[in-house]
Design a protein around this ligand. Structure first.
Ligand code: SF4
Ligand code: SF4
Length: 371
């Protein structure tokens, strides 16, 4: 595919949203929703978030005025795009009773055409992680597959980092390298402009329909330099290459006791994480037993019931659940899938009510290894 890069202003951005809507996509982008920027349906560019920034720190999120009028200035939205691909609840099977027997009904609803608009590079990387697990492992998830096929991704490269971001160390941002149809990099020099780079044939075809000038090399360079500046702003990091060794060596480290006392086992970290994919199934039937359903629901390894097997739960303490979660994210996911389960979005730090910071926990294990 020929790499295509063009330059346009707000008119081009408006046109891109209209084109996506014209092709039947529901456009989901960052917009103000209550006290946070969330991913939700947008009708036009007017629904986006110009001049809004977000302040984040462990256990804290606030919307704030931005130093400029960027549309994509706020950091990662409160929730990741995971819910649009790996739905929080999905019907897996339906059975109807008929003449003393039952029959299974296939009624998989059509997947909606969805354009994820202005999602962050860490979230694009998160989707690639979900693809690996839900499409390219032993079992394919048909619901995820159907939704994924109907998804168009417009990434917004980050030109500012939030305090809790550490994508640079995870090599997943602040500029998306792959996994998008179009990547935008926003500039503000008197007026808003965008470098739009195609990452797929679909993206190139979409850009070809917008009245835009080809992006000159100096504009591309200046746009990308903003992402490098965002990378340099990040103060948190994880050395993921060493993570497996550090974690395996420290299974009995006293730090797990300390974090186990702070953790509330609420599961906020797993719900907000763009890569956590664990689910449970729930069966139900009508009172007259004529109809039964099996549904799949998001689950969290922080609940005691999650590890229940015959006779009881494997992980009865909060300490063991936190250890399982962090170890899977940074170490065992690498054994399973050849990459980490963390993309450095920082949401688990921001949205943890106890202010627990995965980078700090890993650093504590690393700096005082009990071998
Ligand atoms: S573990 Fe935390 S920082 Fe890493 S991807 Fe999940 S929510 Fe983001
Ligand atoms: S680490 Fe924080 S967000 Fe995750 S379960 Fe514990 S208290 Fe909740």
């Amino acid at each position: 595919m020929k790499k295509q890069a063009v330059r346009f202003d707000d008119t081009g951005l408006t046109c891109l949203i209209e084109l996506l809507r014209g092709e039947g996509y529901e456009v989901i982008g960052p917009r103000k929703s209550g006290p946070a920027v969330r991913l939700a349906r947008i009708e036009s560019a007017a629904d986006l978030t110009p001049g809004i920034d977000s302040e984040t720190s462990p256990g804290r999120y606030r919307m704030a005025g931005a130093p400029d009028a960027r549309i994509f200035g706020a950091g990662p939205a409160a929730e990741s795009p995971k819910r649009y691909l790996h739905a929080p609840e999905a019907r897996l099977a339906v059975a109807e009773r008929e003449n003393g027997a039952f029959r299974i009904i296939r009624d998989t609803p059509a997947a909606p055409k969805t354009a994820l608009f202005g999602i962050r590079p860490c979230d694009v990387a998160g989707i690639a992680r979900l693809d690996r697990v839900l499409l390219r492992d032993r079992y394919k998830d048909p619901d995820y597959e159907a939704r994924r096929e109907q998804t168009f991704i417009v990434a917004a490269n980050c030109v500012r980092s939030s305090e809790t971001c550490f994508c640079a160390s995870m090599e997943t941002g602040p500029r998306a390298a792959s996994g998008f149809d179009i990547a935008l990099t926003e500039s503000v020099n008197g007026r808003r402009e965008y470098l739009a780079e195609a990452g797929s044939t679909k993206g190139a075809a979409m850009l070809a329909q917008i009245k835009a000038e080809p992006a000159a090399a100096d504009f591309v360079k200046a746009s990308h330099a903003q992402c490098e500046a965002a990378s340099a702003q990040q103060t948190r990091s994880v050395d993921y290459r060493r993570a497996r060794k550090v974690i395996l060596r420290n299974f009995e480290h006293r730090r797990w006791d300390a974090v186990g006392k702070r953790c509330l086992a609420c599961g906020n970290c797993t719900m907000s994480c763009p890569t956590c994919f664990c689910v449970n199934t729930k069966d139900s039937s009508s009172p007259d037993l004529s109809h039964a359903e099996r549904r799949r629901l998001w689950d969290s390894c922080f609940t005691q019931a999650f590890s229940y097997i015959h006779g009881g739960s494997v992980r009865t303490s909060t300490k063991s659940r936190y250890r399982q979660w962090l170890s899977h994210k940074l170490a065992h996911w690498q054994d399973q899938f050849g990459e980490t389960g963390c993309v450095g979005c920082g949401r688990c730090i921001t949205w943890c009510p106890a202010g627990i910071d995965i980078t700090e926990e890993f650093a504590a294990l690393d700096s005082s290894s009990q071998s």
